[in-house]
Design a protein around this ligand. Structure first.
Ligand code: PMP
Length: 351
């Protein structure tokens, strides 16, 4: 390792993103992308929208996009912060809102970027075990903390926490920021953004990568009390004043404008998820109840890593995590009907 690296970088155990194979015919069910592509209006906005203005810097506040997000959720633009994908928004959240004297709390099985941000920003954390049936129990968070963060639905389990349970958490931790990472909320959950006016300690993050099919453009946002948003803006301005480029802003605005396309695609994914769950269950898999665009499934008599390798040999990639408690699960993104059918027919030959 380089002697020029800082101590923090030496110790860093970086996040490993899911594989993005190039130029292959693999059926890609490994990174929870939307199989249906963005709205045609988004493509039109990218093509036409800004070509005459690309020589200029973009609006550092991304005001038009903030307004589109605020209008969609019935909140004010002052309650919205936008960034380069929700990963970047979350990085600012860890840096600006979750670094305190007490450890922050998140589930032991969750988005694996959280411990990486903690290492990077030197934040103390404690992971709180999920219940035996892989759920978050808010009663387990009754301990001193410098903030709480979890995805809802959780990843990679797909399990949803109710808004009532989130309100219990908010009421019992009034002095802590509670961050709800809603990357997958549009596939069957109810957004906690509806609660931000009532709870100044609530911050909700979302992404346009999943339900709006714009993973390649990198657009995410946070919604919360203007005080929380102000902290994120301070961190962002100290890091990169222009987080979103013009094309991303134009695409994001168009994605919010085409509500019908968005709703239709989400419904298609939800319908396919239910069919996929039934197909897997009929083959003997245990499938956790999912409110996301993926399912988390294990077979009682087949090793998950071997199944993942055998699927890959047949041209289908899914995600397997070598982590205690979940190393017998496969995380399978909901694909198109024909991709799901192919997955099921290959699995049928393996189990
Ligand atoms: N949160 C969770 C729980 C995720 O699974 C992901 C996607 N890997 C993200 C946030 C980040 O999404 P993006 O950066 O594409 O907005």
């Amino acid at each position: 390792m380089s002697r020029f690296w800082s101590r923090i970088v030496h110790q860093l155990d970086p996040y490993v993103p899911g594989e993005q194979p190039r130029g292959s015919n693999l059926v890609k069910l490994n990174t929870n992308e939307n199989p249906y592509g963005p709205s045609p209006k988004v493509l039109e906005a990218i093509r036409l929208g800004v070509s005459d203005r690309l020589r200029l810097y973009p609006d550092p506040a991304s005001q038009t996009l903030k307004q589109a997000i605020a209008d969609y959720h019935g909140i004010l633009p002052e309650q919205v912060f936008v960034g380069n994908g929700s990963d970047e928004v979350l990085a600012h959240v860890f840096h600006g809102l979750l670094k305190h004297d007490s450890p922050i709390l998140f589930p032991d099985i969750t988005y694996s970027f959280y411990p990486v941000y903690c290492q990077l920003y030197q934040i103390d954390y404690r992971s709180v075990p999920l219940t035996d049936d892989f759920r978050i129990d808010v009663a387990d968070y009754a301990q001193t903390n410098g903030g709480i963060i979890f995805p809802n639905p959780n990843a990679p389990t797909g399990c949803l926490l109710s808004l009532e349970a989130i309100e219990t958490l908010l009421n019992t931790h009034k002095d802590s920021v509670v961050v709800v990472d809603e990357a997958y909320i549009d596939f069957g959950g109810e957004s906690a953004i509806a609660l931000i006016d009532q709870y100044p300690n609530l911050l909700v993050t979302q992404t346009l990568s999943k339900s709006r099919s714009l993973a390649g453009m990198r657009i995410g946002f946070a919604a919360g009390h203007p005080d929380l948003i102000e902290a994120l803006i301070r961190v962002k301005d100290s890091f990169n004043s222009y987080p979103l480029d013009m094309l991303a802003s134009a695409a994001g605005v168009a994605a919010y404008e085409d509500k019908a396309y968005f709703e239709q695609t989400c419904q298609k994914v939800i319908h396919s998820r239910e069919k996929l769950t039934t197909g897997l269950t009929e083959m003997g898999f245990e499938v956790l109840p999912s409110a996301a665009n993926f399912v988390f499934a294990r077979h009682p008599s087949h090793d998950a890593q071997s199944l993942a390798s055998a699927l890959r040999a047949e041209g289908v990639i899914v995600r397997h995590f070598k982590k205690p408690r979940i190393d017998q699960f496969l995380r399978i993104t909901v694909g198109t009907e024909s991709e799901n059918q192919l997955l099921l027919s290959v699995l049928d030959t393996l189990v």
